[in-house]
Write a protein that binds this ligand. Structure first.
Ligand SMILES: Cc1cc2nc3c(=O)[nH]c(=O)nc-3n(C[C@H](O)[C@H](O)[C@H](O)COP(=O)(O)OP(=O)(O)OC[C@H]3O[C@@H](n4cnc5c(N)ncnc54)[C@H](O)[C@@H]3O)c2cc1C
Length: 403
């Protein structure tokens, strides 16, 4: 902890939400000597879903958080990122993840199980005397009074904090109470997943690469996880019949099969392994320029939820955590730290949100747009993707969005 802090630091910083963002932030602050109280509404901290792609910028954050080796031990590493055309079954673009990539960006491109990331961060949190983690604590209200924030939970308790960080996700009630209620936006795409032991996947369908099959208003992806133990697959398509429910809606196999009727045999064979009992509706929100007010700020999906197409939502939450802790440590007043944090982050996270949308359009291209995509990408330099996303992979140091 910096010794220039003039505030009363006896009170903890209260974090709402024990997802990847909240837990990483607790760890980042605790590493700098700050006391933290996490309040999580669920009875236990757990991640749903399986695979998550983590480009090198996430690893810069893991290093700053002190969990780099632990995460690296659990990762699988693809040799290539492949874009295939779902209708022809042919690869249109293949980008190597090789020594040149590592030299340029510092780390490899990794594939991780969400549960493994959360558990690694939690283990580090549990080892810290600075962090208190309380589950079954749904925050219902917060109020800034003088030099503190009072945070009230559904079980009638009130927590006093020096400040509050809302890492309460896509549907953040804290964001709604600070900046007004507005539902997140969706283009109507849902995602159903499959997690299959690699030994059950026929040899001809297995690939060690991250493969994204782009189709007309469809996509399908697969990659291995947990050092090749499991095969993570996902099918995404439009299903306007599905509405948000509390929890996860069900997919519909008939609708899915109908949507993928023209897919190549490879995708159709893997489609059988998709579990439709749970679907994720894909959302984002338009970027905010300001997401801090006084002693309260937002972080992760609460601040800047993004479409999944460049695999950056959780990475942005990790980067937020590192930058926020740096700002808290380098400012006397926490309100100034929160302003500095949002200033450092809003253009980079906005660019991620816009770029994710553009990649979604590329994957889902129809008609002439699809032909143009295939024509241009099949002639492109395999390293063009490294150049295009260098500002993403380059990481948290590059907060200048034009870098
Ligand atoms: C299908 C899919 C695939 C994805 N793939 C990738 C990928 O490959 N790479 C990547 O980087 N990102 C990916 N993402 C994005 C990533 O999952 C999210 O960006 C990330 O999990 C956000 O973390 P968070 O901590 O901000 O929010 P969350 O994980 O949503 O955590 C919010 C927490 O707050 C708690 N909470 C909410 N309200 C309250 C309350 N009132 N009181 C107390 N607790 C509360 C919730 O219970 C929850 O635990 C993907 C997302 C989806 C949907």
């Amino acid at each position: 902890m910096s010794n220039n802090t003039k505030e009363n630091t006896a009170l903890p910083i209260v974090i709402i939400g024990g997802g990847i963002g909240g837990v990483a932030t607790a760890l980042a602050l605790s590493n700098k000597g700050y006391a933290v109280q996490i309040l999580e509404q669920a009875p236990e901290l757990r991640e749903i879903g399986a695979g998550i792609q983590m480009p090198p910028n996430a690893f810069k954050a893991f290093k700053a958080l002190g969990v780099l080796e632990d995460v690296q031990r659990l990762a699988a590493y693809p040799e290539k990122l492949v874009l295939g055309d779902m209708l022809t079954g042919e690869a249109v673009f293949q980008s190597p993840i090789d020594e040149g990539f590592v030299e340029r960006f510092g780390y490899r491109y990794a594939l991780l199980h969400r549960g493994d990331i959360l558990e690694t961060l939690l283990r580090a949190c549990r080892a810290s005397p600075n962090i208190k983690l309380t589950t079954n604590s749904k925050v219902e209200k917060f109020e800034e009074i003088d030099d503190r924030v009072l945070v009230s939970t559904a079980d009638g308790l009130t927590y006093e904090g020096r400040a509050m960080i809302a890492a309460d996700g896509l549907w953040s009630a804290s964001r709604a109470s600070l900046f007004g209620h507005a539902p997140p936006a969706t283009d109507g795409y849902i995602l159903c997943r499959g997690v299959v032991p690699v030994k059950e996947i026929p040899q001809e369908l297995y690939s060690q690469s991250v493969t994204m099959w782009g189709g007309p208003e469809l996509d399908f992806f697969h990659y291995p996880l947990r050092r090749d133990e499991i095969f993570n697959i996902g099918a995404s398509y439009r299903d306007p019949g599905i509405k948000f429910e509390d929890g996860y809606p069900r997919g519909n196999r008939d609708t899915m099969n109908q949507r993928f009727r023209d897919a190549c045999p490879h995708v159709k064979a893997l489609l059988e392994h998709i579990d439709v009992s749970k679907a994720w509706i894909l959302y984002d929100r338009p970027p905010l320029k300001e997401w801090s007010k006084g002693r309260v700020t937002l972080l992760g999906d609460a601040a800047h939820p993004t479409y999944i197409y460049i695999s950056q939502g959780a990475c942005m939450a990790l980067e937020d955590a590192v930058v926020l802790a740096e700002m808290v440590d380098s400012h006397d007043a926490i309100q100034d730290a929160f302003q500095a944090y949002q200033k450092a982050r809003y253009l980079r996270t906005a660019r991620i949100q816009f770029t994710s949308r553009q990649f979604g359009e590329l994957y889902h291209a129809v008609g002439v747009q699809r032909e143009l995509r295939n024509h241009l990408l099949s002639a492109a330099d395999p390293r063009a993707l490294h150049d295009t996303l260098a500002w993403v992979f380059g990481g948290i140091g590059q907060i200048d969005p034009t870098a």
